[in-house]
Design a protein around this ligand. Structure first.
Ligand SMILES: Nc1nc2c(c(=O)[nH]1)N[C@H]1C(S)=C(S)[C@@H](COP(=O)(O)O)O[C@H]1N2
Ligand SMILES: [Mo]
Length: 470
């Protein structure tokens, strides 16, 4: 925020023995005579640049500011982790056809049958996951900014213990950047890594959370003490030039977060917090509408999709268009057939025959892993459990493997669990909001299941296989 202010970084013209440095007397090596050559370089580090404590001179840095951002992340990150784990569970990745992480081992220990109630469950959990991820970005960047001098600690490694600590910090910072980057790329760049995103984001989350837990255990006592000693009001009223609470000026600062050579402030501590808070609020306002819906939808300027889905019964967000995934006219024209298989039987139906089966309605949303979701739409079609009955599953409908006319790319098939198939609101939908499905919403027929991640509501369905695909 103000490294460039005043005298500028120490490296800009002033040597290691600059008067201010001597005055501050903050580091032992400053008092020793500079040694020439390799030995000196090893001991003192490069004579200019970010390894010099005097390089980082913002007076805002200090234990208090870092602790405030840390406390916010301490609330936010676990919530992201839990909603992320729920999102993974919602995919039913333990069902054969859905398994994109076959090597997860015990990391899937908590998997459970994702419920169909409440029908907006995935809308909520994934909306929170994505919105929170976006809103936390300014806080995360501010936190990293506040500790960046420590990245350049010299010497880089002092002991085995120090090396281990630095390694865990590498996993922590690398992990958090990786998780936020892959998450953002997935929602903004339209599945940059089809298929592999889940794998990367999933394993990355476990690496990151491991390092996060270690970090929290090690740092939480200091954070709590700093926040207690400081106090929000007190710290915000303290003049910016004065070091923040817990710094060298008062309690000893074992973290060395505060600069030994503060430059004149360019922004107050209150201003810095306000800037981060305002950044988060702007992101919230520009994102949340895609999940909340209603008139908020118009404010979701950052939403990658669906600001104007057009008018009419099919006027709600489209993820992949029919043309986009290579659906041909003949795939979904009059020659389209629905194939229903199970227990060695097979039934082949025209769309007219499917329409002649008992039709039921269900008010359900589409909720995408990208965080956006629709309001409840009025779907109508045939219950999945009634289709199971066509191939002899009279009482208890089994699990279901769904295939579509799409020939390549992700999401062209899915596996649903028996609890999903049995729900009376789970449909092979032919119509929505009183009209036939539009080509982009999956005409002639699509799956819609309560609380199901959008990606498992397969469009342009051609084949339903109930029970074990024998
Ligand atoms: N065959 C097929 N079905 C699909 C997809 C797809 O790419 N191919 N995308 C899925 C995803 S990721 C979502 S979020 C929903 C979106 O449905 P909508 O476009 O009707 O809103 O469709 C799902 N069904
Ligand atoms: Mo999706």
């Amino acid at each position: 925020m103000n490294e460039e202010h005043g005298r500028g970084p120490e490296g800009a013209g002033e040597g290691p023995a600059a008067p201010a440095a001597r005055q501050a007397g903050s580091t032992l090596r400053r008092h020793e005579a500079p040694r020439p050559g390799v030995a000196g370089l090893l001991r003192d580090g490069p004579p200019v640049g970010p390894t010099r404590p005097g390089f980082w001179r913002s007076p805002l840095r200090g234990p208090w500011l870092t602790s405030v951002f840390g406390a916010l992340l301490l609330v936010g990150i676990p919530l992201m982790f839990v909603t992320g784990l729920l999102s993974y569970a919602a995919y039913n990745p333990d069902l054969g056809g859905n398994d994109k992480t076959p090597d997860r081992g015990w990391l899937g220990f908590y998997l459970f049958s994702w419920p169909t109630d409440p029908h907006w469950l995935y809308r909520l959990t994934q909306g929170v996951h994505v919105t929170l991820g976006i809103v936390l970005i300014p806080v995360l960047l501010a936190k990293l900014w506040s500790v960046i001098p420590r990245l350049f600690t010299w010497p880089p490694v002092k002991s085995v213990g120090h090396a281990l600590e630095r390694l865990s910090l590498l996993l922590l910072v690398g992990g958090v950047l990786f998780e936020f980057a892959t998450g953002l790329l997935n929602i903004q760049l339209d599945y940059l890594f089809p298929g592999s995103f889940y794998t990367l984001h999933f394993y990355g989350a476990w690496v990151f959370i491991g390092a996060f837990v270690v970090h929290v255990v090690l740092r939480i006592p200091f954070m709590l003490r700093t926040l207690r000693d400081g106090g929000l009001r007190k710290e915000l009223r303290r003049p910016s030039g004065e070091p923040a609470g817990g710094s060298t000026a008062r309690t000893p600062d074992p973290t060395h977060l505060a600069t030994p050579e503060p430059a004149a402030p360019t922004i107050s501590r209150r201003g810095a917090l306000g800037m981060v808070g305002a950044g988060s609020l702007v992101l919230l306002a520009m994102t949340a509408g895609q999940s909340i819906g209603g008139s908020w939808r118009a404010t979701a300027l950052l939403a990658p999709r669906g600001q104007d889905p057009g008018p009419g019964p099919n006027g709600f967000q489209v993820n992949k268009t029919a043309a986009g995934v290579g659906i041909r006219a003949q795939d979904v024209g009059p020659t389209w057939r629905l194939v229903v298989r199970g227990q060695g039987q097979e039934r082949i139906l025209t769309r007219a025959q499917v329409l002649a089966l008992p039709q039921h309605g269900a008010a359900l949303p589409i909720a995408c892993v990208e965080g956006w979701s629709t309001e409840d739409q009025q779907w109508s079609g045939v219950r999945l459990r009634d289709l199971a009955a066509l191939v002899g599953f009279r009482d208890e409908a089994p699990g279901l493997f769904v295939q579509s006319a799409q020939r390549s790319g992700s999401f062209r098939s899915t596996t649903l669990r028996d609890n999903q198939v049995r729900d009376a609101r789970s449909l092979l939908a032919l119509r929505v909001n009183g009209a036939d499905l539009s080509p982009d919403h999956g005409y002639p027929a699509r799956v819609i299941v309560p609380a199901n991640p959008g990606v498992h509501n397969t469009k342009w369905v051609t084949t339903l296989t109930f029970g074990d695909p024998a």
